[in-house]
Write a new protein. Structure first.
Length: 474
């Protein structure tokens, strides 16, 4: 594990120093991580990145080199640097498990810790969770557009740096991709890797047929040929079929072909006919070439004969939405031994925070479909034997009464008094959980464009507390 303790903003350290100098650094505080808007046109997000955040917490310490650098800034005294030398995380963390479907303005992570510790971890938490949640959400949309066909993550060369490529591939698997081209991610996370050859392979031989034969000789049981280097239908497909017949005569089954340019709907239909007529109905057609969820949706609508989609740039960079926009805000602070609710007020209503020590309950109807999330204070409970009335926290006249329902609390304990008490699932188990989660939501919330807005409401008690603090500070 890498020590990422110094991966922070300077103002975290200057605030920590200020807390220390005013003797407030050990006071307990509560912070919530939320996000204000999901991926463009998406109503939801897929939580991801918790495992790497836990690695960060487990390896949280300032090395002597770190302390020497901080000393060189001439900002901090030696007593504070000694405090950092012995600093470890001692607080509590609750979070939604990776793969959970989450919505704007509800806590994804809740931290309760001494103020100096809770402040320090903000930057890394946002960096890790924001990025992987963003990519997992984009992958979920791409996979949804493919309507059951395989989607492979092909984005490493276009990722914004090595970590974005490695952990973006991990997040893409959580979002539903069946594999990645990224060998290091495959090794690190035990996920399927996939790849064939590039145009340069074909161009390095005297002719296309020689290139295909050489590749088939090297990989007789994993032969998938890229057929668009010169002319897809006039040379690529006929040469691929020739080689496939030679493989078949030797007792091998070809995997298929890949299309990387041109009109993918038209070419895939023609290629399918040619493969079927040649006696290869099981040969797969893989398509790539700057695909995203919108283009895949259109290809499906046009009846494209594509079995697997390789998605690179648009997925690994979350085309259309470069950042999740998660935030980390104080919601309560210890005063005279008690947690006192805190609120941030803004001219923009979406930036006004929800105060207090909170949790999130997901409400399911009798058929197991999610109907709303309710953000509530930790001490509150819901009686599932009685009707529950919820209301829009902005348009309060919009109300709904729910009968015959069940609930699930989304935040689960991760750390207790600085001790890790959560066991991280295997990555493919997280992927399966994410799929199960999505299946509990109606399609109206998941459509690619203009999805129905899912209800995230406040309990009456939390709403009243918020209104009280708004009046108090306005």
């Amino acid at each position: 594990m890498r020590n990422l303790t110094m991966m922070t903003d300077l103002y975290q350290l200057t605030m920590m120093y200020g807390y220390y100098k005013t003797n407030n650094h050990l006071r307990q505080a509560v912070f919530d991580m939320t996000f204000r808007q999901a991926n463009n046109n998406s109503a939801y997000a897929i939580a991801a990145g918790l495992e790497q955040f836990l690695e960060y917490i487990e390896n949280l310490y300032f090395s002597e080199d770190d302390l020497n650098y901080l000393d060189s800034l001439n900002l901090f005294d030696n007593n504070f640097l000694d405090l950092l030398r012995n600093l470890r995380f001692t607080g509590d963390i609750h979070a939604v498990p990776e793969g959970t479907v989450v919505f704007p303005n509800e806590p994804m992570v809740r931290v309760k810790a001494p103020l100096i510790e809770a402040q320090l971890i903000e930057t890394a938490l946002l960096n890790i969770i924001n990025h992987q949640t963003l990519i997992a959400t984009k992958a979920s949309r791409v996979v949804m557009a493919a309507q059951g066909d395989n989607v492979l993550e092909f984005g490493l060369r276009r990722a914004q740096g090595p970590d974005a490529g490695i952990y973006g591939a991990r997040a893409a698997i959580i979002g539903g991709c069946s594999g990645t081209s990224n060998v290091m991610s495959g090794q690190m996370f035990d996920i399927p890797v996939s790849g064939t050859h590039s145009h340069s392979w074909v161009m390095s031989f005297p002719d296309e047929l020689s290139a295909f034969r050489a590749y088939a000789d090297a990989f007789p049981d994993a032969c998938l040929l890229l057929v668009d280097t010169y002319n897809t239908l006039k040379s690529g497909m006929p040469n691929a079929i020739t080689v496939f017949k030679e493989l078949k005569d030797k007792g091998h089954e070809p995997v298929g072909i890949r299309l990387d340019s041109g009109d993918l709907a038209y070419l895939s239909k023609k290629a399918r006919i040619m493969l079927d007529d040649a006696g290869f109905p099981n040969a797969k057609i893989v398509a790539s070439n700057d695909l995203d969820e919108e283009l895949i949706w259109d290809l499906k609508a046009q009846g494209a004969k594509i079995d697997t989609y390789g998605v690179g740039t648009a997925l690994i960079t979350s085309k259309g939405c470069p950042a999740l926009g998660g935030v980390y805000k104080m919601s309560a602070e210890e005063v005279n031994g008690e947690l006192v609710p805190k609120i941030k007020i803004s001219e923009n209503h979406e930036k006004i925070t929800n105060p207090g020590f909170k949790k999130v309950a997901r409400i399911y109807n009798g058929g197991g479909k999610a109907v709303a999330d309710l953000v509530m204070l930790e001490e509150e409970s819901i009686d599932t034997e009685k009707p529950l009335t919820i209301f829009d926290p902005l348009a309060t006249w919009k109300r709904m009464t729910i009968n015959n329902f069940t609930i699930k609390e989304l935040l689960v304990p991760i750390y207790k008094n600085g001790e890790l008490i959560y066991e991280t699932p295997l990555l493919m188990d997280i992927q399966a959980y994410a799929k199960e989660e999505l299946d509990t939501f109606w399609d109206e919330y998941k459509r690619l464009n203009n999805p129905h807005v899912y209800k995230v409401d406040l309990s009456q008690k939390l709403y009243d507390l918020k209104q009280q603090l708004l009046k108090e500070y306005s």
